[in-house]
Design a protein. Structure first.
Length: 336
């Protein structure tokens, strides 16, 4: 209902406006019976507290921002769900902000655009430098996710991409594969994420006494299954011989799977495949895809925990922490 006021809720519940305000602001001294009575009136009238008024009264809005490059990418969609669910348990609502992976979009996240609206920001940068992030405004608490720029002054949570890539490549080696390609990294604007995953891939090859071959790197124009299918298909048509492909992400793995099947190559018989992110679709492709699974629950939980500590006034130097991952083995590269 439009235009519902605090006074309207108080009149319906038969209580004072102060009591309604106490319930809205979740003050602890309100009795359960009174809280339930006021909440029924709030629900019946569809009352929504004014965020500016709440900030003026408590210093907080109860809103958090979650910002990353592209909300359509399955990994970010699944991460957003985890963050939103955990934030709700802590009494917060989450606003999604898409940066499109542009410098302008990322600068907007850390500038005045969020001032007065949210209590804190969880942000996965793609292009902003560590130096620029370090000089951003400090009145909005922020936690950074992922492998990109992370100044010492800002908290960051990520998985160990080198170790994970090393494990995925080691699994392919344990299956007896020796011509292992890496597919899906950017052809232009090479990201820190791709850099770390290729480093782990190369380390695993060298552990097995194999020389890293630049000819086995298959870049794509964009992070998408269509571009991956095109790139892998072109490499195969040009004569590239492989018996396994470690993919930068699940989208690249799905594209590679398509390219191989179109050329009559069996997975995993002729070519084994691994992906990255353990997005929902990897369990239902044919064959299903072996993939690196970041612990998204731990990632979201730790980021929210750090952010809450900053909101509560913590002013220490940034904490850079790792959460776990596992290799989920499926049909495209089965267990040894």
């Amino acid at each position: 209902m439009a235009g519902v006021r605090l006074q309207d809720v108080a009149e319906l519940a038969g209580v004072s406006m102060k009591t309604v305000s106490n319930v809205v602001h979740d003050y602890q001294h309100v009795s359960p019976r009174m809280r339930e009575r006021v909440q029924r009136a709030i629900d019946e009238l569809g009352y929504r507290p004014n965020m500016l008024g709440r900030r003026l009264a408590t210093g907080r809005t109860g809103l958090l921002a979650l910002a990353f490059a592209d909300v359509t990418l399955p990994y970010f969609a699944e991460l957003a769900r985890r963050v939103s669910d955990l934030a709700e348990e802590q009494g917060y609502r989450v606003l999604l902000e898409q940066t499109d992976g542009t410098l302008e979009g990322e600068r907007a996240v850390v500038s005045s655009s969020e001032a007065g609206l949210v209590d804190g920001v969880i942000f996965q940068p793609s292009v902003m430098s560590s130096a620029e992030l370090a000089q951003t405004r400090t009145d909005i608490p922020m936690v950074i996710l992922g492998e990109g720029a992370a100044p010492l002054s800002i908290d960051r949570v990520m998985i160990d991409n080198v170790a994970a890539a090393r494990e995925a490549t080691g699994h392919l080696l344990a299956l007896g594969r020796r011509r292992i390609a890496f597919a899906g990294h950017e052809q232009v604007h090479f990201s820190r994420t791709s850099e770390l995953r290729i480093a782990g891939y190369q380390a695993a090859l060298e552990d097995a006494g194999l020389a890293a071959d630049p000819g086995l790197l298959i870049p794509t124009l964009a992070i998408s299954p269509i571009d991956a299918a095109t790139a892998v298909g072109a490499a195969l048509d040009a004569g590239l011989e492989v018996d396994a492909i470690m993919c930068r992400d699940d989208l690249a793995a799905i594209g590679a799977l398509r390219a191989l099947q179109e050329r009559g190559l069996r997975v995993p018989g002729d070519v084994a495949i691994t992906g990255w992110d353990n997005t929902m679709m990897t369990a239902v492709t044919f064959p299903s895809i072996t993939t690196i699974a970041p612990d998204l629950t731990a990632l979201a939980s730790r980021a929210l925990g750090m952010l809450q500590e900053r909101i509560d006034g913590l002013t220490a130097m940034g904490r850079h922490e790792l959460v776990g991952f596992e290799l989920v083995t499926r049909e495209s590269a089965p267990a040894v």
